[in-house]
Design a protein around this ligand. Structure first.
Ligand code: ZN
Length: 51
């Protein structure tokens, strides 16, 4: 379960965006314009709106 503290940490790391992008396969965090995970090569990038 994601804690509120964890979400606030993400927002602090990327204050320009309220959306968090991560690989749906391995959970690796990626930039918003990345469409392939640099960690595992998966093209399933999930976007979470934190607003
Ligand atoms: Zn991945």
């Amino acid at each position: 379960m994601l804690s509120k503290q964890f979400i606030q940490q993400i927002v602090r790391l990327d204050p320009s965006s309220a959306t968090h992008h991560e690989c749906r396969h391995c959970g690796y965090s990626v930039e918003k314009d990345v469409d392939e995970c640099p960690q595992c090569g998966s093209q399933e990038i999930a976007a979470y709106n934190l607003e």
